[in-house]
Design a binder for this molecule. Structure first.
Ligand SMILES: [Zn+2]
Length: 442
């Protein structure tokens, strides 16, 4: 948790108040009235300006020009701004006057309020999730267990003449306006709520399946695979891995439409190594997200000795994994190349997570072979261009020549410690059957 000592508390912004009389005031005017004071505040608006006050009320626009109010309970997370991002998540309770079953659609639900500060044209997480809900019918319905459940979404604009200028400086967006975007969502559990290594394995397996479905069926790309976005939903006595936080997602067809400051996304220790190069110009590929998944797994199983406990006095002389969260892009890029090309690859996996070692070794092996082949191909292609020949077959950079495809990853992740994990959806089951048959025939 980051501590911002220089920030104004939310109550000073008149953003929320304990008094009944304030409950129905227009939140936009509350925001504007106090914004001039904010220009002097340091840091990005998400991490520095808004200090939510636990134990107060928050009113926001709801459908048909109405408002709704929630009671702010406890700040769950607050991420600092990386590439124009910065999110506050706070546990809330519906504060309607008669919050009773059958009278309030939020009664009895565990709710969080999530606040982000995107440019106003950015598609909202709730729009992406609405698209998924539309498509998740019949045999696809399983995917909803692995996606966040968003109950409502609202934008509060910043009025021209107010501190947009300071936001522009913070975010270097040029002329793009930012909004404060809020959603009320179902509260999910953190990864640390899991009990066994196998539960972790199933969560990883679930998230790969969900990520693939959303890309293939809904044409949406997540682009921020990081540990903080891996969550758990407990439902009917079962645990499901949830791929959370679709704030940086894009429609696949629009990927190249508008190069903004968001072309490079993600959370630094987990970003694919190519994307950390100053020369990287895109596009963001599916395999970049898979590479991020590999780093999420690597850091988790090396740095944690149990779900809630970090390894004490951890020191990794080879890759210095314990320092990754402090490093810049170039240091991370170089070290990640060392990780990918290490042979043999023997990461310092903690005993609790020892079942992950074969997964990591296999994933690293596939990544290494694929990138190696891509390098060889580039050399051959350059030679060919010089000799003006045209005999070289094409190389699939999307999957690193088939070595780092979703199918190959699924093949690795569907078994853990010789036990079969759960796969959902007919397509997955058929793919795994086909690949198993192919392997047996070889
Ligand atoms: Zn209510």
């Amino acid at each position: 948790m980051i501590n911002h000592s220089s920030t104004l508390p939310l109550e000073d912004l008149d953003f929320a108040s304990n008094s009944e009389a304030n409950l129905n005031r227009n939140p936009v005017s509350l925001l504007e009235a106090q914004m001039s004071e904010l220009t002097a505040a340091k840091g990005s608006p998400s991490s520095g300006i808004f200090e939510l006050c636990e134990g107060s009320f928050f009113t926001f626009p709801y459908k048909d020009e109405q408002t709704r109010t929630v009671y702010l309970k406890r700040v769950i997370s607050r991420s600092s701004s990386v590439f124009g991002r910065g999110t506050i998540v706070i546990r809330v309770e519906c504060a309607c006057r008669h919050c009773l079953p059958n009278q309030c659609n939020w009664q009895g639900k565990e709710l969080v309020l999530k606040l982000t500060f995107p440019i106003e044209t950015r598609v909202s997480e709730s729009m992406f999730m609405d698209r998924c809900k539309e498509l998740a019918q019949g045999e696809h319905a399983w995917v909803l267990n692995h996606l966040p459940n968003i109950y409502c979404s609202f934008d509060i604009p910043f009025r021209i003449g107010l501190p947009q200028d300071s936001f522009k400086k913070e975010f270097e967006d040029g002329d793009e306006m930012r909004v404060m975007r809020g959603t009320i969502q179902e509260e999910l559990k953190a990864l640390s709520s899991l009990k066994t290594a196998k539960e972790y394995a199933q969560v990883f397996c679930d998230i790969v399946q969900c990520h693939h479905w959303v890309r293939k069926c809904a044409q949406i790309f997540h682009r921020d695979i990081s540990k903080g976005n891996f969550m758990v939903r407990e439902k009917d006595g079962r645990k499901y891995g949830v791929l959370n936080d679709w704030d940086l997602a894009i429609w696949i067809n629009n990927e190249h439409a508008k190069p903004t400051s968001l072309i490079r996304t993600g959370t630094r220790p987990y970003v694919a190594h190519e994307q950390q190069s100053v020369h990287w110009k895109g596009p963001h590929r599916y395999r970049h997200d898979l590479e991020s998944l590999f780093y999420v797994m690597l850091l988790l199983v090396c740095l944690y000795s149990s779900p809630n406990k970090k390894v004490s006095h951890f020191e990794d002389k080879e890759f210095r994994i314990e320092e990754w969260h402090r490093w810049n892009d170039e240091s991370l890029r170089r070290t990640k190349i060392c990780v990918i090309y290490a042979a043999p690859f023997t990461p310092p996996v903690s005993p609790f997570f020892s079942g992950f070692r074969p997964w990591l070794t296999k994933l690293q092996g596939r990544l290494r072979r694929g990138l190696h082949n891509m390098g060889d191909y580039a050399i051959e292609a350059a030679k060919q261009e010089a000799s003006q020949a045209d005999t070289l077959p094409t190389f699939d950079t999307e999957t690193l020549g088939g070595h780092f495809s979703c199918e190959q990853i699924a093949m690795i992740l569907h078994m853990f410690n010789n036990e079969q994990l759960t796969t959902y959806g007919l397509e997955w089951q058929k793919t795994l059957e086909r690949l198993s048959c192919n392997q047996q025939q070889k």
